[in-house]
Design a protein around this ligand. Sequence first.
Ligand SMILES: [Zn+2]
Length: 211
Amino acid sequence: MTNFILENVINKIKKNIIQESKLDSVINKIYRDIIKNFKIKNNFVENYYFERANDYADIKLKCKFIRDKEFNYPFSISANAEFDNMEIEITYRPQDFPKNMVNLTAEVKETITHEIEHIGQHNFEDMYIIPKKYESYIEYLTSPEEVSAYVKGLIERARFKRISFNDSMQEWFEENINNFENPTKQWPKVKKTWLDYANKMREKNKVKKFN
Ligand SMILES: [Zn+2]
């Protein structure tokens, strides 16, 4: 009896690990395609198919590169994902490349991780989150859909840059400080919500490592 229960638990854990690695492999494939095409400045459309448990997602990615010599930053990425569509637009200042390639690669990976989390929420039962409307930027940043997407994206940034999760959040905050009405009051709230979620994820991963 005990063995039977234990076996079930182990199978469930194994299944979770396989599911997460499937998401990782599609994230890697997409971000490599984007970087490869950025190098030759080739706008592209590509389909990606992946499965999770009994569900599947077949997504269409549209990726566009916009050259702008007068742009106020070396580059900027805008992204959007819904159900089975993902759109990425990268505006770049040509004179800053290839100098900024590592930074661009890091941000592309973080962005794709964030957007694939939304694709997962829209397509996979075990990732589903009831969508809510938000009234403010803070409500948006602390909504369940965005918390899991931002945290996973920022963990990816930390891994890529070999910095702590805390530093990764701090960097993000400094980049986005102008979006806050009252940053000193609002940021600690957002940060705490994200940190709590990251710690919950870490606990889950600890359990996985027993196997
Ligand atoms: Zn999002």
